[in-house]
Design a protein around this ligand. Structure first.
Ligand SMILES: C[S@@+](CC[C@H](N)C(=O)[O-])C[C@H]1O[C@@H](n2cnc3c(N)ncnc32)[C@H](O)[C@@H]1O
Length: 260
């Protein structure tokens, strides 16, 4: 086994014991493992902060934290037969919401690098009787375990702050690979504030509980990454005032995967 594989296994041993989820991190970059370790360590605690985070990640709170999801079915013309993939899916809240709102009949997929999150997400899905409709698995954004041109829609909400520029570029290329030609991609994330006070407050808030870096990008920076990766028809999305919580600036886009 190569050193990368060994690293992956080592980083996830504890998480596997905790969750019983088999690690599939063979292709992971170290940075991604660091994020997974952070979330695993943090969310398994019983501190006030960990409880607070679990509260906000739970599917009942999805439309508060992920407010743009409310308009997403119309914005991306979501069809019941669309095959949807959510990268960094957390507890599956976005998928659960969309499954109900848009009456999706095709199986939906969620992928997350944190074992303890995937485990809890599966319980959330099971408790709603959606286990045949939503499948959550452990994995990393830069090495998607899905065939080429197999998805109609890919989502990625509040994840890319955990990714360096290099990882972000790798993930965007992976997304283009798994999307069908004409498939739609939507992402959103917290953005930098132009007010210094707000900026340091936001960074502090987003870094809480994490040792890994937080990367905030403006709409224009994000546009450059997406265009460089080859996405077309870019439309800013989810950046208006209709965020309920938290009151942070956001950057987001809906884009198309052009035919090659
Ligand atoms: C702030 S949470 C957002 C969860 C969910 N998308 C939502 O909006 O509620 C970020 C999630 O991204 C996951 N994540 C971060 N980096 C990742 C990567 N490189 N690959 C897969 N998942 C990742 C974390 O484990 C965590 O569950």
């Amino acid at each position: 086994m190569g050193s990368l594989g060994e690293l992956c296994l080592k980083a996830n041993r504890e998480a596997e014991v905790l969750s019983g989820v088999k690690a599939t991190h063979q292709g992971a970059e170290n940075e991604e493992l660091e994020v997974a370790r952070d979330y695993d360590a943090w969310l398994s605690q019983e501190t006030l902060l960990a409880r607070w985070m679990r509260f906000w990640l739970s599917p009942q709170r999805t439309v508060w934290l992920n407010t743009p999801v409310r308009w997403l079915p119309e914005a991306i013309s979501l069809r019941p037969t669309d095959r949807v993939l959510d990268i960094g899916c957390g507890y599956g809240g976005v998928l659960i919401y969309l499954q109900r709102r848009a009456g999706i009949t095709a199986a939906m997929e969620g992928l997350d690098c944190t074992a303890i999150i995937v485990e809890r997400g599966r319980k959330e899905v099971l408790s709603r009787g959606l286990q045949d409709k939503i499948n959550l698995r452990l994995g990393v954004a830069t090495d998607l375990p899905y065939p080429d041109a197999s998805r109609d829609v890919v989502l990625c909400t509040y994840v890319i702050k955990h990714m360096s520029d290099t990882l972000l570029r790798q993930m965007l290329l992976e997304i283009r690979r798994v999307l069908k030609p004409g498939g739609r991609f939507c992402l959103w994330e917290a953005a930098p504030s132009r007010y210094q006070f707000m900026q340091s407050w936001n960074e502090k808030l987003l870094r809480k509980g994490l040792t890994s870096n937080v990367h905030l990008r403006s709409l224009e920076q994000l546009r450059t990454f997406m265009e460089e990766a080859g996405f077309t028809d870019l439309r800013p999305y989810g950046i208006g005032l209709y965020y309920y919580y938290p009151p942070l600036p956001r950057a987001g886009f809906i884009a198309s995967n052009p035919a090659v």
